[in-house]
Design a protein around this ligand. Structure first.
Ligand code: ATP
Ligand code: MG
Length: 425
């Protein structure tokens, strides 16, 4: 026998039993974002590698070591998208959607990062996201945060904390960066290997270090908030004011910098303690510089992205996950010549009851084995078509989940009777 092939490590099948909770998440998200006036956008999973190098930044974990990149047949370097913000902005620019226009967009789809697979961290994972272009005010960051908060509420999820920070304008960030470099350079003997590497290239990322040995040094580093200019302070104050007045609680976390180069002003994460080490379920912020970096006119943009697998783990842990319900009705065929009539009858029922989940037995087999399949299908009712029913132009109805007696109804009436019979069972 040939050896069975397995899926790639860190890439998971989403099986039929998993689909109800996936659909629950995606359907609720779609309904929610559309109720806020966001429109869906889908971009390719493959883009030119340059798109990510330019937008996410050369010196980030993602571009340095997490991208799936390869040369196309013509020599172009392509990458599977590690995130979708760059792709969405690229697409919106390309379609001329950002010329003096506001855009509220949302997406859902798989992302790819070559990380060490573990609970909550995969090599193919799904994100739900939102991106807004063309709005400068902090009111739009507030809207994005309110939208996410409502999503947790609709899903019934508890114990997700909002952490908030500001990185200030790019000028403030530049100033702060210099302060940081000189501070860490003065203590270069205490930097670990990752941090030494980041010292010149991406010093803000040192603040993000998970190494406990680095904690005291990071704790004593100059604070970014001291480098903020007046306009940056005001932007952050406006956001906080809206959140306070609407009643969204949050914690300001000055160490929150987010990994990607393109953020400015607001950054935020929604974090939970309930998932172990991989506790961030949503991250986002403002990224005004990105549009220009990708060849557009200077503009404004903000957005967030959520990890589906982590949210699904929470739904399951908190007993909120939808589960499989099976079909409603299973049509069993007793006797050799019933197949054609069975299919015809089923089509008539489908014409009248398009929402009904009706499985027609296929592949023959004894009546007993058909009833076993009917039971396993989850159906509440079995329709039985045999020679005696054909003669009488009727069909038998057997109740699989309760003690009601089997009945026989005319074929002409069955579609009309089924809804009530299913309700009773
Ligand atoms: P982390 O700090 O967990 O690595 P990140 O900052 O790299 O997250 P983002 O790029 O902000 O993540 O992506 C947004 C969300 O996507 C994350 O908050 C997380 O929920 C999810 N996510 C990111 N990487 C993965 C992954 N490898 N597997 C599963 N989900 C992921
Ligand atoms: Mg990451």
């Amino acid at each position: 026998m040939a050896q069975q092939l397995q899926a790639i490590r860190g890439m998971h099948d989403i099986l039929p039993v998993d689909m109800p909770v996936w659909n629950q998440l995606q359907d609720q998200y779609r309904a929610l974002v559309e109720s806020y006036g966001y429109r869906e956008i889908r971009t390719p999973v493959l883009e030119k590698s340059a798109l990510f190098a330019r937008s996410i930044g050369e010196v980030t974990d993602i571009v340095e070591k997490e991208m799936y990149s390869f040369d196309d047949r013509n020599g172009d370097s392509l990458s599977l998208r590690p995130e979708n913000t760059a792709g969405v902005v690229r697409a919106a620019l390309q379609a001329g959607m950002l010329q003096d226009q506001q855009q509220r967009l949302w997406y859902c789809g798989p992302m790819f990062r070559h990380e060490r697979p573990q609970k909550g961290r995969y090599r193919q994972f799904y994100q739900l996201g939102a991106e807004v272009c063309g709005i400068a005010g902090a009111d739009i960051e507030a809207e994005l945060i309110l939208l996410a908060a409502r999503f947790w509420k609709n899903l019934g999820l508890q114990e997700i904390e909002l952490q908030l920070n500001t990185l200030g304008s790019s000028a403030c960030r530049q100033r702060y960066r210099e302060l940081l470099v000189s501070y860490f350079r003065d203590h270069s003997d205490r930097l670990d290997e990752d941090s030494s590497r980041r010292l010149e290239s991406n010093p803000l990322r040192i603040l993000d270090s998970k190494n406990p040995d680095m904690a005291p040094l990071i704790e004593a580093a100059p604070a970014l908030h001291d480098s903020l200019d007046e306009a940056s302070r005001e932007h952050f104050a406006e956001l906080r004011d809206i959140l306070d007045r609407v009643g969204v609680s949050y914690r300001v976390n000055q160490r929150l910098v987010r990994g990607l180069d393109y953020y400015c002003h607001t950054v935020f994460e929604w974090v939970t303690d309930t998932l172990g080490a991989q506790g961030t379920v949503c991250g986002g912020g403002r990224y005004d510089g990105l549009i220009e970096q990708l060849g557009g006119k200077p503009g404004h943009a903000a957005g967030f992205s959520m990890g589906c697998e982590r949210l699904i783990a929470m739904l399951i842990d908190q007993g909120r996950a939808a589960t499989e319900t099976g079909c409603d009705v299973y049509l069993a065929l007793r006797g050799a010549d019933c197949a054609a009539l069975g299919q015809r009858l089923a089509e008539e029922i489908r014409d009248r009851l398009p929402q009904l989940r009706l499985v027609v037995h296929a592949g023959g087999g004894s009546f007993k084995s058909q009833m076993r399949r009917a039971d396993r299908s989850g159906a509440r009712i079995a329709l039985i078509l045999g020679e005696s029913e054909i003669e009488a132009s009727s069909i038998s109805i057997k109740f699989l989940r309760d003690a009601r007696e089997q009945i026989e109804v005319s074929q002409a009436e069955v579609a009309q009777r089924l809804p009530a019979l299913l309700q009773e069972s």
